[in-house]
Design a protein around this ligand. Structure first.
Ligand SMILES: [Zn+2]
Length: 326
């Protein structure tokens, strides 16, 4: 529990945290950056637990009073700072700045784990900066962020930044199977979550995802007979749901990719949607190999545009036009 062994595919980061502890060169502030669900909190917890472990080793012992109270969530020197609406200047003043002058109760360090730290507005960041400039030696800050570019340069320059990597497909698949997913579910969830564990777990059994999957498959199956206006109308409901449209693009990509794979190999075992073979066969019959390739490229391009915050309407129109274009 709360140990480095929970975190996969980020050995470089773990090794450098261990080395910092071993050499007595732990910085006073770290940023763990990466997508939601990638494991930032797990990493921060494992590190925080290690820093306060009474044995003082490279890894937490899991047995001392500090480790045990950490695992129970009762360690008096660990502070979780979060605010769903974004951490405000008052949060910084009350929950951080006013807390740092008193010494830890029982541990070596007072550790602040700050969630969505990059969502602090400028005022909050500036208030935090004052503390970060000259913190007492017994205070450590672990900042979690999804986009470190939102930090003021003055904050970045005082922190050690680590960017977490997602898991590889086989790693995530194996992990999901261990958690009780069937191989098909694990494979699908691993593909759609891009190696982000938290997202894969969230997708599993989610009604929203099930509905969207059915919608995507149905849309692709009917695509040949729909005209551009129909297609646009069908997806119009998603225009205000950025996450859903992005997931739809991802779903469509894997559906067309499956159709292409089936066209070339005729092997159902190679498909992500092997449970929907008849639908994949229909799409295969509707589109030539060249047009399936083109569709995959067009969807990939649309995903990149969306990642750069491209406008929904232009992206959708351009995508459907590219897929339909002879
Ligand atoms: Zn310990």
């Amino acid at each position: 529990m709360n140990s480095y062994s929970d975190i996969l595919n980020n050995e470089l980061i773990i090794n450098s945290l261990k080395a910092a502890v071993k050499n007595g060169r732990v910085n006073h502030a770290y940023i763990f950056d990466g997508e939601k669900g990638i494991g930032k909190t797990s990493l921060a917890k494992a590190f925080a637990k290690t820093l306060n472990c009474e044995k003082g080793g490279e890894e937490a012992c899991g047995e001392c009073t500090s480790c045990r109270t950490f695992d129970d969530g009762n360690n008096p020197d660990i502070f979780y700072i979060e605010n769903e609406k974004g951490i405000k200047v008052d949060d910084v003043r009350l929950k951080i700045n006013s807390q740092i002058m008193t010494r830890p109760y029982t541990n070596r360090f007072k550790i602040f784990i700050i969630k969505d730290a990059d969502m602090m507005n400028v005022q909050a960041q500036n208030a935090f900066l004052k503390t970060l400039e000259e913190p007492p030696e017994f205070v450590k800050f672990l900042l979690l962020s999804t986009n470190f570019n939102r930090f003021l340069v003055t904050i970045l320059s005082r922190c050690v930044l680590f960017k977490l990597r997602p898991l590889s497909q086989p790693q995530l698949c194996a992990l999901l199977i261990k958690k009780g997913f069937t191989p098909y579910e694990a494979d699908t969830a691993a593909h759609y979550s891009n190696g982000v564990v938290g997202r894969a777990l969230e997708l599993h059994g989610s009604e929203e995802f099930e509905n969207l999957s059915r919608f995507a498959l149905d849309l692709c199956v009917r695509m040949k007979s729909l005209d551009l206006i129909d297609m646009y109308k069908e997806t119009d409901a998603l225009k205000d749901k950025k996450d859903q449209f992005d997931t739809l693009l991802q779903l469509m990509y894997y559906i067309f990719r499956d159709a292409l794979v089936y066209k070339v190999t005729s092997d159902p075992d190679r498909l992500i949607h092997s449970a929907h073979l008849s639908e994949i066969q229909k799409i295969c019959a509707d589109f030539s190999q060249r047009r399936l390739t083109k569709a995959c490229d067009a969807i990939e391009y649309a995903r990149r545009r969306r990642a750069a915050n491209g406008n929904f309407q232009f992206t959708a129109e351009e995508l459907f036009y590219s897929i339909k274009e002879k």
